[in-house]
Design a protein around this ligand. Sequence first.
Ligand SMILES: CC(C)(COP(=O)(O)OP(=O)(O)OC[C@H]1O[C@@H](n2cnc3c(N)ncnc32)[C@H](O)[C@@H]1OP(=O)(O)O)[C@@H](O)C(=O)NCCC(=O)NCCS
Length: 170
Amino acid sequence: MPTSIITRPATSGDLPEISNLHARVFGPGRYARSAYRVREGKGLMTRFCRVAVDQDKIVAALRMTDVTIGKISGAALLGPIAVDPAHHGQGFGRKLIAEAIQSARDAGLRLIVLVGDEPYYGRLGFKLVPHGHITFPGPVNPSRILAIELKPGALSQVRGLIVAVQPPQA
Ligand SMILES: CC(C)(COP(=O)(O)OP(=O)(O)OC[C@H]1O[C@@H](n2cnc3c(N)ncnc32)[C@H](O)[C@@H]1OP(=O)(O)O)[C@@H](O)C(=O)NCCC(=O)NCCS
């Protein structure tokens, strides 16, 4: 990874640039993505959101939102993560995800869920969630619902609909 690139927590001031990055990476279909649907335009920049910056330009962004699953708190939904196409394959995705996992662990969360490619996220510790265990507000391919337990047995302690919630106040 180029040494000029740093990662840092995202701020609400980064939102326009993150939106531009999402538009470049995902195109108009981005609003149909699972993480967008779960947040339903609530914004919800959280303490877990991070960006990678190259000479003042955001080249990768990860968003993560506090959620309840079956009305039980202690989980987060990771996504979207977007890396500028010119910077793909240089470790940005991996680094932002590792940092997000660590920050969730530090905050005492029990579980992180995402919708994504198992061949990529499996290498980072995410495992397939049994079909029907977690449901989303829109249609989701069940073979793409993945989770990483930050506390042993965390997945078996929740079941049902995933809903975005306001993060706890610091
Ligand atoms: C998917 C994405 C976040 C990965 O980030 P990245 O910084 O490019 O990837 P990393 O440098 O962390 O990892 C690169 C490795 O992952 C692999 N990889 C990347 N995307 C993959 C995928 N969808 N499935 C399987 N492997 C994948 C690469 O082949 C590479 O493998 P190697 O280490 O054996 O060479 C990025 O490519 C991206 O923004 N893609 C478009 C948007 C997207 O699909 N986002 C995820 C859904 S929210």
